[in-house]
Ligand binder design. Structure first.
Ligand code: HDD
Length: 697
């Protein structure tokens, strides 16, 4: 707008403040008169060092970056609250889990990928971090989990090796944000304990459709301690109320190009639109007796306890309902630590957890620059904090009074109670569970950790044939990027211990002439573990199109009634709609009214939507039939097994990509404003998997 321009000085725009609150200042609070020009000796002369205003501005800019996280660098944080729906005071004295029914605790949740840097694409095949900070009345409690219930390694001493192997190779600095390379597969194939995790990693779990559609897991076995000091073992689970959903691999590759911020944009948009994602918090609780008789060691983070064996009891719900005000201040500066627990919750001797408890504090010091990172608002507890810790970089909340040590005798009878400072409280303070500890000092792995294949097999047989096919394809894709033949073969040698036909399928996919030899075994795998339906995504879908997104591709002359019926049906189902058109201004529909588009066709490919509708007049469809992005829109939606609504006028476009002759029950003719409802109802199945090729047994 013309008002925003004041070009009085040689075409430079000097905007003016509207009121006193608008006045720009330096970081020292001094009002700035000119933010366009450095102080100079003459209009065309050299710049003066004296310019403290420019100097401060550039100085700050030069220091804007802090080190990104060494892992989980790319992440997205959101505020919310946790509501306790089924308190468990008999199990824990922590108020957050054992308090009044309906008790609400504020949370901050950060989702992340593991391997990629801060700027890497969202749809990399990768494990997703799922870290929740509870600001409880008894201090901060963090569950620093993932969207997969097991991990690659059993002992924290291997973490640097695992991460070095998956991150870019040190000599060449690539590949970025992916495990499809020699170093990663070299490491895991020489580390048999990774086998269960890589089965999960090669499943659709690592290409979630949305951060809203993933489960979360605390992974380790923790302890709950009740008011009598009794301990129970516990594993934490987050179950999305939205149901589970992933994309297919070919889609993931394309989304990364079309919208590298796909996941964070999705989260931002849904919260912005008031469609708040929710997760139920579940606990699997068991005792020493169960732990003794369970097939595997409950301290081994490469194992799950199937839900069919120990049911997940839902005790509360987390609602994420508030986007951050400032990404850096909140998402980037949040410091999760596994060792942040509160009275009523305790650790076990899981050797991965114990190592993590050491590591996280270290990393915060490096990243946030000092020991006072708990003073940063996003990390500060929302309950009183009293201690004698003092000073250090960036100290913000400084203790008052004379005593900075205890015991002290200040405040006794001198009328200066505040001088005394706090005292430890044996009654309510944190006490560690008195777990008996004995044994020689050894650098060893327990023999109860030695079975690496039985649960990998259990995971595999719990998947639907469609999911099993995706897994085989994922192994073939990743191993085809591995240059060394011996590494490819070694992986197939592992898979032979998981499932013979699966190993054969991957071997065939890699074009190997014969099955490579099995790798050596420490322990014969079990083949008697039953299927666990809870491990499949497709068996646990939402059954509704709520929270999903329909893309409607329109062009000039499209039937307005049809477009309206589709929009209404999607809205009624709680879904979002994106309008795509050959031109971002939109298109004039059959009723003569213009409908604005959200995306121009080349920026809004069908991979960005859960289902698509194509509504055009015949002549425009004939024109668009020659347009490559339009062709891709249709052929990709078809290849990715999406439900497709159409009007007969768009057949020229369908025929141009040979979809016309392949139309199946996943296609819905919605002409004459009928059928939109049926279409959206079918979309609740999310994909028409009958169309996708599945291996034949
Ligand atoms: Fe870790 C970050 C999850 C093992 C060391 N980890 C980090 C984050 C998540 C996890 C979600 C990001 C937190 C955030 O959003 O800021 N890590 C896991 C899980 C593990 C695991 C589920 C296994 C069960 N991690 C693990 C080990 C070590 C670390 C064994 C070290 C011995 N992790 C770190 C770290 C990070 C981290 C280096 C980097 C940034 C941070 O901590 O704050 O300390």
């Amino acid at each position: 707008m013309a008002d925003d321009f004041d070009l009085s000085e040689n075409g430079v725009n000097h905007q003016k403040p509207e009121n006193d609150e608008d006045v720009m200042t330096t970081a020292q609070g001094v009002a700035v008169a000119d933010d366009q020009n450095w102080l100079k000796a003459g209009a065309r002369g050299p710049q003066l060092l004296e310019d403290h205003i420019a100097r401060e501005k550039i100085f700050h800019f030069d220091h804007e970056r802090i080190p990104e996280r060494v892992v989980h660098a790319r992440g997205y944080g959101v505020h919310g609250e946790f509501e306790l729906t089924d308190p468990i005071p008999e199990l824990t004295r922590a108020g957050v889990l054992g308090g009044e029914k309906g008790k609400k605790t504020p949370v901050f949740t950060r989702f992340s990928t593991v391997a990629g840097n801060k700027g890497s694409p969202d749809l990399a095949r990768d494990v997703r971090g799922f870290a929740v900070k509870f600001y409880t009345e008894e201090g901060n409690w963090d569950i620093v989990g993932n969207n997969i219930p097991v991990f690659f390694i059993q002992d924290a001493i291997k973490f640097p090796d695992l991460i070095h192997a998956v991150k870019p190779a040190p000599d060449r600095g690539f590949p970025q944000a992916q495990s499809a390379h020699d170093n990663f597969w070299d490491f895991v194939t020489l580390t048999p304990e990774s086998m269960h995790m890589v089965m999960w990693q090669m499943s659709d779990r690592t290409i979630p459709r949305s951060l809203r559609f993933m489960e979360g897991f605390g992974i380790h076995t923790f302890r709950l301690i009740n008011a009598d000091g009794k301990s129970s073992f516990v594993k934490f689970h987050w179950k999305p109320k939205q149901g589970l959903q992933s994309v297919v691999w070919n889609e993931a590759l394309k989304i990364n190009g079309a919208d590298p911020d796909f996941h964070r944009r999705d989260m931002w948009n849904s919260i912005d639109a008031g469609d708040y994602p929710q997760w139920d918090l579940g606990v699997q609780v068991f005792d020493e007796e169960f732990a003794e008789k369970f097939e595997f060691d409950v301290l081994d983070s490469t194992k799950i306890i199937p839900e069919e064996q120990v049911p997940v009891r839902i005790i509360g719900t987390m609602t994420l309902n508030n986007n951050v005000d400032n990404f850096f201040a909140e998402t980037e500066q949040v410091a999760f630590c596994t060792q942040n627990i509160v009275p009523g919750i305790d650790f076990t001797d899981d050797p991965l957890l114990q190592g993590r408890n050491f590591s996280y504090l270290d990393t915060q010091l490096k990243r946030l620059g000092g020991p006072n990172f708990t003073h940063i608002p996003i990390n500060a507890p929302r309950c009183p904090v009293r201690h004698f810790q003092q000073d250090g970089h960036m100290a913000m909340t400084n203790p008052k009074g004379r005593a900075n040590y205890e015991p002290n005798s200040w405040g006794t009878g001198d009328g200066k109670e505040e001088d005394r400072g706090p005292r430890a409280c044996p009654m309510n303070g944190f006490t560690s569970y008195e777990a008996p500890v004995t044994g020689p000092k050894l650098r060893t792995r327990s023999e109860t950790f030695a079975d690496h294949y039985s649960q990998a097999r259990q995971f595999y047989i719990s998947q639907t044939p469609t999911e099993q096919t995706h897994m085989a394809n994922a192994f073939v894709f990743e191993l085809s990027k591995v240059e060394r033949m011996d590494i490819r073969k070694r992986m197939v040698g592992h898979l032979r211990h998981v499932d013979a036909s699966f190993a054969q399928e991957v071997s065939d996919g890699l074009g190997l002439d014969e099955l490579p030899p099995k790798v050596p075994l420490a322990r014969e795998p079990r083949t008697d573990l039953p299927e666990s339906p809870a491990l499949s995504i497709l068996k646990n879908g939402p059954g509704s199109f709520k929270g999903r997104k329909l893309g409607i591709y329109i062009a000039e002359g499209a039937d307005a009634k049809v477009v309206q019926a589709l929009q209404d049906a999607a809205k009624d189902a709680g879904a979002m709609v994106g309008i795509i058109a050959p031109n971002v201004a939109g298109a004039k529909l059959s009723d003569g009214k213009k409908l604005e588009a959200n995306e121009k066709i080349d920026g809004g490919p069908s991979v960005m939507f859960d289902a698509v509708a194509i509504v055009m007049a015949k002549d425009t469809a004939t024109t668009m039939a020659k347009d490559k992005p339009s062709q891709d829109f249709v052929s990709d939606a078809f290849a990715h097994a999406k439900f497709i609504a159409y009007v007969p006028e768009v057949m020229p476009l369908f025929e141009a990509v040979s979809v016309g002759e392949k139309m199946d029950d996943g296609f819905f003719d919605v002409s004459g404003d009928t059928g939109a409802k049926d279409f959206i109802e079918a979309c609740g199945k999310l994909r028409f998997w009958d169309r996708a090729p599945v291996k034949q047994d």
